[in-house]
Write a protein that binds this ligand. Structure first.
Ligand SMILES: *Cc1c(COP(=O)(O)O)cnc(C)c1O
Length: 386
């Protein structure tokens, strides 16, 4: 991959200098290692992926059945307006369908928001150690990225968003503020009072994107319910996904809830068939399966405790997380630890590209999967792993 790019540059491919300025400097998103790649590269078979915050229970059985049924009819274009899916989302949240925009994962919605509101000379604000896609979406537009320092390591929400500092970073050039709540990879969150104060501090012509990819997992009583705030804040955009608790990451479906005027702008830049028909059908069924969501939430809450306490007992620093993953400080460069775990067939996420070289992000799995991870780390500590 780097070879191809390098060769192009050496051969003086003149179009490279002609790429859009924001794109030329862009480094692609680094996803969690796929299981098939681990099996290919390391020759291991009994593999476990705890790297991409997927639901270890899988999708709702009803969602999977709906996907299979929809896959029987692949010749027709999907409903470009996603009428039934938008209606289901609107009914689920008690909002008008005109406030719903669907995307190819919520990732696409983040990119559409950047495309709709950013251009060179404007700026977007987001926090240090926040979800990596914000930086990519902003940079590609040529707008300035204002990265606000995170809270200190020793604070209540270690490396979490500093709400007051985010608000203070907004200038007349600012068009967008990205807030991940909870944040990935830190597992931290802004509580009701903090997020509300941030919205109050930001002018109403600056879009505030509250990315709630893990909202369904949060059990903290002071976690904000942002939907009722839409009435007072026409600049608020709530982003949700079917990839996390709904277990449909493979199908790529997410949605935004916003003022209808924001939805209208997003619909101008979105591709006409951005969410495929299999994803639409599965998402509708998944949204209706409250039982699967409740069970996923319960299994996660227990696993979160198991992983946090287990890793702490092994000497790693693991601040409390409200998501379906933990941020673990291994106390030394984490890459060799990551590689040692790969040799044992376990994929976790190293965070060097987030500026956290001693940390790993580990997704909560099923009890036996968490136990296997903990046993592997214990073996590592005891030096029984090469
Ligand atoms: C996983 C994730 C998303 C988006 O996932 P999609 O699969 O694109 O819907 C968005 N925001 C955060 C913070 C995430 O961790």
């Amino acid at each position: 991959m780097s070879g191809a790019g390098g060769k192009g540059a050496a051969a003086g491919n003149r179009f490279l200098a002609r790429a859009a300025a924001g794109v030329r400097e862009l480094a692609p998103y680094v996803p969690g290692k796929p299981l098939a790649e681990l099996e290919r590269e390391y020759g291991v078979t009994d593999t476990l992926k705890l790297a991409s915050n997927e639901n270890p229970l899988g999708p709702s059985p009803a969602g999977a059945a709906a996907a299979r049924a929809a896959a029987a009819d692949l010749a027709l274009y999907p409903d470009g307006a996603a009428f039934d899916l938008k209606a289901a989302i609107a009914a689920h949240h008690g909002v008008d369908p005109a406030m719903v925009t669907v995307g190819n994962g919520s990732n696409e919605l983040l990119v559409l928001l950047a495309e709709a509101f950013l251009e060179p000379g404007t700026a977007a604000v987001y926090a240090q150690f926040s979800f990596a896609v914000y930086a990519l979406a902003v940079q590609a537009t040529g707008a300035d990225a204002i990265v606000v320092p995170a809270r200190p390591a020793g604070s209540q929400q270690p490396w979490g968003h500093d709400a007051a500092a985010l608000g203070a970073a907004v200038t007349p050039a600012t068009r967008l503020v990205f807030v991940a709540n909870p944040n990935n990879p830190t597992g931290t969150y802004l509580n009701d009072g903090e997020l509300r104060a941030l919205l109050d501090a930001i002018p109403r012509d600056v879009i505030v994107v509250v990315d709630e990819a893990y909202a369904e997992y949060v059990t903290a009583p002071d976690y904000p319910d942002t939907l009722p705030w839409l009435a007072a804040f026409p600049n608020l955009v709530i982003a949700r996904t079917f990839s996390k608790i709904h277990g449909l990451a493979a199908l790529r479906a997410g949605y935004a809830i916003s003022h209808p005027d924001v939805a209208d702008l997003l619909n101008r830049v979105r591709q006409p068939f951005n969410v495929n028909s299999v994803a639409q059908a599965a998402a509708i069924a998944a949204l209706a399966d409250a039982e699967h969501v409740a069970r996923s939430r319960q299994v996660n809450a227990r696993g979160l405790r198991q992983l946090t306490e287990g890793l702490q007992a092994l000497g790693w620093s693991v601040p409390p997380s409200v998501g379906n993953f933990v941020l673990a400080d291994t106390g030394r460069p984490a890459l060799p630890v990551y590689e040692a775990l790969l040799r044992r067939g376990i994929i976790v996420r190293p965070l060097g590209n987030y500026g956290l070289p001693n940390h790993l992000r580990i997704t909560v799995g099923l009890p036996e999967q968490n136990a296997r991870l903990l046993a592997a780390v214990r073996a590592l500590q005891e030096g029984t792993v090469p």
